[in-house]
Each structure stands twice: as C-alpha cells, then as structure tokens.
Design a protein around this ligand. Structure first.
Ligand SMILES: Cc1ncc(COP(=O)(O)O)c(C=O)c1O
Length: 423
C-alpha cells in the first residue's frame, strides 16, 4: 500500500539507522524476550500517520492503532514536540511533589468528562487504572460494611492482567494458569439485565463494565444492560465503574463512550489512546467516589509522569483543536457503510457491530484468524477477536482514501480465505 504520509528527511535517516536485519531481530527476541505474546510476525521500524514501515521496506496500513492506542496516528508532530519539550525540561520528581502537566491533565479530564468535582489518579496503563478503581470501590464498600467488597463484572470482558484485573476479566481461560484467584468477582452474561440485577447485593461494592466490550468481540452493551447496572448500583450503594481504557478518548465517537449513552458512571478508567502510545492510565472519579481515596491509600512511582502527561495534553488539545471527533465520526460512517456493503457481497461477512471507530465485522465461521493473516498478506493490520469477529480500530486521523484502501483489502482477504478453504 502506498504511504499516506510524506517521507521527511529526518524520518528517512531515522529509518536507515533503525533498520535491523529482520531475521536477526526475531532470533534475538526468541532468545531473550519472554514469549508471553507468541511469536512476532512483523518487525516495524517507523510509523507516520496511519502508515507503518517494516524492516523489508514495506508500507502497511494500520487499522488497529497498536490496539486502539495511536489514535492521532504514528509520530504525530504535536505529541513529538510535547514529549521533546517536556523531556528537556523535567522528566520525574516523584509524587511527593506536584508538577504542572499532571495537574493540567487532571483538570482537562474533569472538564471533558463534565464532572467539575472530578478527582483523578494517574497510573501507567489500563490494568493499573482499573486496579485503582477496584481499590477505590473496595474502600467505599468497606466503609459501609466489612464484607462489602465484591465486584460484579461481565462475561467476555477484559480489564487487564494484574491479579485483580485478571480476576475481573470475564474470560476463564485466562484465569486457569493462575487459579485460585482471590474470589471477589462474580460474572454475569453481558446481555442479561436480570442476571446482573440478581448478582448485585449488599455485599457488592462495584459493578465493572466496558460500554463496548473490546477484546471480548467489539460488543456494545444494550441500553437496558447499562440502565440495570446503574439502578442496581444505586439500590445497593455500589459504585458503577466504566472501563473506558479502549473506548475512551474519542474512539467511539464521543470523548468517552458513556457520553453516548443515558448512563453516568461514578468512575471511569482510561489508558491506551490517552497519550497516543506513551504509557499512561487514569482513574477518574466524581461525586462521593472522588472523596474515597486519601493519603496512603494508593501510589505508584511513575503515576503523573510529566512527559507522559505532556503527551496526553497534546493529544487532548489536538483532538479538540482540529475537530477530530467530528472528522472521526465522518470516517466511521464511511468505514461502517463499506463494511456493511461487504455483508452478503463478500464471503463470510454477516454483520457489523461496534461504535464510532471501534468496529467489528461479524463472520459466519471461525475464520477471523485466517482473515487477519490474509489482510497481513496485503499489508493491512486488523485483528481477530474471538474466532468470528474481525476488529478494526483505525486512527481518528485516517483519510477517506485510506478507509477505501482498507475496505478493498478486506474484501480481497475474505475472498482469498474462501478460495483457500474451498480448495
Ligand atoms: C477495556 C480494557 N481494559 C483494560 C485493558 C488493560 O490495559 P493495559 O494492557 O494497558 O494494562 C485493556 C487492554 O486491552 C482493555 O481493552
């Protein structure tokens, strides 16, 4: 695929310097990197906008954004400039002190959520943001009753890989190697409001959910499910925690996915796209929830790091200043319409689900992994979630031409898989 960005001299020099011999890189990785992610398939050396460049000089179209992270595209100049400026000014002080970027980011998140009384705990990633939210909820519960520490979460959910967030994750296969876990989470189906109401009781301190389940197959929760969660929390003095690690920062068409629903959570968690690829997480609470954690309750050395916070501020300013939510919504319409046009016209495609630029192409057979590989053969990055859904999470800055290129590659990939399976 042709590169959507222009190749600057600086970038070309950086690429030449960074270019390793690909087989050697894979061999070195196999020798000394823990194989928790399975064997790598591509070695990338550079990115620009929606394009990635590999060690063989191929140009890829990135419709995955490093799993919903690089929403402004690769090497966005506003982020690069903010990181360079802050790195040359102040990198770390510890949280015994306070810095302008961390405070400014907390203020911006309070403004964008529409929660003037919001308080923010800054973490390093999605799991650590969720850990903060779970601890907050447990402290809230224990203040009411010592046993009020249970969490209700949803089957198919994904909340992280630390022990508490792994337990909250509603995917038993991921628990198995580490069981027994602490046993404080009850899971209910993602589409059963009655089961959710029945599971929430006086020993529940929180309901934790994703407004659109990402890893679980790009599954938006129904308005009934969200309303049941809010009502059950209100009835039992529990907090509603919305994990917006994947859906936040414009991914589903609003700053935060809950803003596209009728339901307001007590706490949201953010990470992924917040700093366009720099490691950051945030737990944002308002109302009573904002008052729960106090001195000594929670801490982390790198939370509120000035460089990552400066990057996050650049992300938020760019999205706002360049009207990227509106632009992303228009691209989302085009992408969704193109995917819908494949339904009935291309093999396997049966439907489209998701919201904004977090979309899933539903397939009528467990061939999503094959389709992902066939897209890779065409230098297009998408990924299979579950056996029968193809996830697309392009950058908010994707162009119309790139959307059309991606759609053409997906159509070809579906046909190629059908041909291969028929042979
Ligand atoms: C909804 C959700 N929550 C939490 C996480 C965990 O985030 P991290 O990998 O940054 O710890 C993810 C990661 O995919 C996620 O999608």
């Amino acid at each position: 695929m042709s590169p959507p960005g222009h190749d600057t001299e600086v970038a070309a020099t950086a690429r030449a310097a960074a270019e390793p011999a690909e087989p050697e890189l894979f061999t070195r990785a196999a020798a000394h990197v823990m194989p928790t992610y399975g064997p790598p398939k591509v070695a990338f050396v550079r990115g620009q906008g929606a394009a990635l460049f590999d060690t063989d000089g191929n140009t890829w179209l990135d419709l995955l954004c490093g799993l919903a992270v690089t929403s402004l595209g690769h090497a966005h100049p506003a982020v690069t400039e903010a990181v360079a400026r802050q790195a040359a000014t102040l990198v770390h002080t510890s949280n015994l002190h306070v810095t302008e970027p961390a405070v400014a980011l907390a203020e911006r998140l309070a403004e964008l959520t529409g929660w003037p009384d919001a308080k923010v705990f800054l973490a390093q990633c999605g799991a650590t943001a969720n850990e903060a939210a779970i601890k907050l909820a447990r402290k809230h519960g224990k203040a009411i009753h010592p046993d009020k520490v249970r969490v209700v979460a949803l089957e198919g959910s994904f909340h992280g890989r630390t022990l508490a967030t792994l337990e909250a994750t509603g995917q038993p296969a991921k628990h198995a190697p580490f069981a027994p876990l602490a046993g404080f989470v009850d899971h209910v189906p993602h589409d059963d409001p009655d089961a959710l109401r029945a599971a929430v009781g006086d020993d529940t301190c929180a309901v934790l959910l994703e407004v659109v389940q990402g890893e679980g197959g790009v599954r938006p929760l129904s308005p009934e499910m969200l309303a049941a969660a809010r009502e059950a929390c209100d009835a039992h003095d529990a907090l509603l925690l919305a994990d917006e690690v994947q859906t936040g920062i414009g991914r589903t068409g609003t700053w935060f996915a809950f803003q596209g629903t009728e339901v307001v959570p007590d706490v949201i968690t953010l990470a992924k796209a917040l700093a366009n690829g720099l490691p950051i997480g945030a737990c944002v609470a308002h109302g009573h929830a904002a008052t729960v954690l106090g001195p000594g309750d929670h801490a982390t050395t790198f939370g509120g790091n000035p460089v990552t916070c400066a990057a996050a501020l650049a992300v938020l300013d760019t999205i706002e200043g360049q009207g990227l939510l509106q632009q992303a919504n228009s691209r989302a319409k085009r992408l969704r319409a193109g995917l819908e046009a494949l339904v009935g016209a291309a093999p396997y495609a049966t439907g489209v689900r998701g919201r904004g630029l977090l979309l899933g192409l539903e397939l009528d057979a467990a061939v999503a992994g094959q389709v992902e590989a066939a897209c890779r053969d065409r230098f297009l990055l998408v990924n299979a979630v579950g056996g029968d859904v193809l996830r697309l999470a392009p950058p908010l800055i994707i162009t119309r031409e790139e959307v059309d290129l991606a759609l053409a590659a997906i159509a070809e990939a579906l046909q190629a898989v059908a041909d291969a399976n028929a042979a």
